[in-house]
Write a protein that binds this ligand. Structure first.
Ligand SMILES: Cc1cc2nc3c(=O)[nH]c(=O)nc-3n(C[C@H](O)[C@H](O)[C@H](O)COP(=O)(O)O)c2cc1C
Length: 186
C-alpha cells in the first residue's frame, strides 16, 4: 500500500478535545500528517484546553505533550503548502472541529486561507473531505450549507457522540467521535 497522507485542520468551533485526540489518532494511522489551525481556534484552545498557543511559534509538542516526526504544521497563510494545489497528491482532509464560518466559506468556494483552499482542492480533485461541524441550534443557513457541501462530495459528520455505549468520561465521548471519523478514512 502507498504512503497515506492526511491534512488536518482545526477551526474555531467548540471541540478542541476532538481535535487533539484526532491528531493523535491520525499520527498512529497515517504516514504523513499536515496540520493547520485557524486564527480563531487558538482562542478556543485557550478556553477549552487551557493551552496558550500562538500561530507563529506553535510546536506540535505543546499540543500533544510530545514531539512528532510525522506531523508537520503549516501556517494558515502558507499557500506554498502541498494542500494548496491539486497537483500534489494527498489522500484526505479532515476539519475537526469545523466552525459554521469555515463551513460557509468552503460551501461558497471562498478560498481565503490554506484551510479553505485545501478543502476547495479536495472537492475539485474528488479527494475525501470530512467536516465535523458543531453548533446548536442550526439556522436554515447552516443546514443549507451542510446540504450543499454534502452534495459537493464532502462527508458532513456533526460532533454528536452517541450514548448507547454508556460513556463514563469526556474521553469516552471524544473517542466515540474520533473513531467514527477514522472509520470513514480506512
Ligand atoms: C470559545 C468559543 C467557542 C465557539 N464555538 C463555536 C461553535 O461551536 N461553532 C461555531 O460555528 N462557532 C463557534 N465559535 C465562533 C467561531 O470561533 C467564529 O465564528 C470564528 O469566526 C470562526 O472562524 P474560523 O472558521 O476561521 O475558525 C466559538 C468561538 C469561541 C471563542
Amino acid at each position: 500500500m502507498s504512503a497515506r497522507h492526511i491534512y488536518v485542520a482545526v477551526t474555531g468551533a467548540s471541540g478542541s478535545p476532538y481535535a487533539r485526540r484526532f491528531i493523535q489518532a491520525a499520527e498512529e494511522r497515517f504516514d504523513e500528517v499536515g496540520l493547520s489551525i485557524s486564527s480563531n481556534a487558538w482562542q478556543v484552545f485557550r478556553e477549552e484546553l487551557g493551552l496558550d498557543l500562538r500561530p507563529d511559534t506553535f510546536e506540535v509538542a505543546a499540543l500533544l505533550g510530545r514531539p512528532s516526526s510525522k506531523i508537520r504544521y503549516y501556517h494558515l497563510r502558507d499557500m506554498s503548502a502541498p494542500y494548496a494545489t491539486g497537483s500534489i497528491p494527498w489522500d484526505a482532509m479532515v476539519i475537526v472541529p469545523c466552525s459554521m464560518g469555515t463551513l460557509a466559506r468552503i460551501t461558497h468556494g471562498i478560498s481565503d486561507s490554506l484551510i479553505t483552499r485545501a478543502a476547495d482542492v479536495a472537492l475539485k480533485e474528488r479527494r475525501k473531505l470530512i467536516v465535523v461541524p458543531r453548533d446548536t441550534p442550526l439556522s436554515t443557513i447552516h443546514l443549507q450549507n451542510m446540504l450543499a457541501l454534502a452534495q459537493a462530495g464532502a462527508v458532513v459528520m456533526p460532533a454528536a457522540p452517541g450514548f448507547y455505549r454508556r460513556p463514563q468520561t469526556i474521553d469516552d465521548l471524544v473517542d466515540f467521535m474520533v473513531s467514527r471519523i477514522m472509520n470513514h478514512l480506512l
